[in-house]
Write a protein that binds this ligand. Sequence first.
Ligand SMILES: Cc1cc2nc3c(=O)[nH]c(=O)nc-3n(C[C@H](O)[C@H](O)[C@H](O)COP(=O)(O)OP(=O)(O)OC[C@H]3O[C@@H](n4cnc5c(N)ncnc54)[C@H](O)[C@@H]3O)c2cc1C
Length: 410
Amino acid sequence: MNRFDLIVVGGGPGGIFTAITAAEKGLKVALLEKNKRIGNKILVAGSGKCNLTHTGKPKEFLDKYGMNGKFLKEAINKFSPEMLKTFFKENGLPLVLVEESGKYFPQTFSSLDVVALLKRKMENLGVKIVENIKIENVTKSEDEFIITTDKDTYISDNVALATGGKSYPGVGTTGDGYVMAKELGHKIVPPKPALTPVFVRDYMFEELSGISFQDVKVTVWRENKKVVEKRGPVLFTHTNFSGPGILDNSRYIENGSFLEINYVDKDFETLNREIIEEMNKDGKKTVKRVLNSYFLPDRFIRRVLSLAEISEELKLSELSKEKRENLVKMLSSNKMEVTKVGSFEMAMVTRGGVAIDEVNSKTMESKKVSGLYLVGEILDIDGDTGGYNIQAACSMGVLAAKSMKKKEMR
Ligand SMILES: Cc1cc2nc3c(=O)[nH]c(=O)nc-3n(C[C@H](O)[C@H](O)[C@H](O)COP(=O)(O)OP(=O)(O)OC[C@H]3O[C@@H](n4cnc5c(N)ncnc54)[C@H](O)[C@@H]3O)c2cc1C
């Protein structure tokens, strides 16, 4: 008989940590995954190296999930980054810190090892793992859930929906959970791609593909109002801007947004003044030589000079006010109209999803259906790059399972 205390729908980090924690408490658990194997998104995470979490105190984490970060307070406190590190250490795969980025990876830098560990852990705890099974529908009749799949039917007292979002559909996340949650009475905030590259009108850097800036200021504008300003690495690709400084901002971008990049970390007035001072000191110096002193990539300087119609030999004394100001603007406040953000196929996470006001943040239980828990990216929560999304999914899973009760204990 397919009867369990808990059915977990979806074998990503959220579902897996729900299953492990519930089984540790003595619940009879089954985890159902539609792919041939669990953890497909863990396998692609961090380009196969699996960036599991980040440095920082739990309180600092909450700022990394946009407007909805506060919802995660209880979850991150109950299962903090420290606890996640301890979990992996105790289970034989310590995490190591990459200092420059603040990211934590398994010491083998292998996502495969992470998935193998989690699978082994679940098996040892007696979790029934069923792969290659698609959940089609979840209903509640009286006190129990009926889970209809493309194979058998399952019955349980608790259900955790951990089906992820809609991004990267190739790995199995096609938004199925939104339909199930909606049928159970939940509101869905329209899903949109996040952690995705940004395309602008008349992109000027296609020839500079591969060039990156380590730490620049990126601002998003809408209707002449500043929406957000963040610092981070920016990468030029053949067709768009990418890199964490762009990806982390993509959740704030809507139609009609403008993207502004400051490549020199100086405002217009300061850079303009510095160039004028340099011209007064030594007018024979070329404009290019002055730009070299700002430690910008040479190919970038050449491209910007060409866009500003300034020859590489032009001397400071020959630089017109108009051209100087145009150049300074390009370097300190390069403002471009956004035409689109990358599609769900390119996006690493989904913003939007099950509305958080209908879920109890202290337990992860639905406020609409008792015994139903919503865990991970299926919710309207998305984090910055750097391990914040896996950490959030695991923390939500642990909190949900800790809040669950066996039926006879209810
Ligand atoms: C390329 C890429 C790289 C990433 N790198 C990182 C990183 O380094 N660090 C980080 O923190 N985050 C990273 N992320 C984001 C992170 O992987 C996700 O946010 C996280 O996996 C979400 O966990 P989850 O458990 O909520 O859902 P998921 O991991 O998406 O798991 C959901 C599971 O549910 C299954 N499922 C869906 N529908 C059904 C159904 N009907 N029946 C049965 N099963 C179903 C899916 O097949 C899937 O296995 C990355 C994402 C991508 C795409």
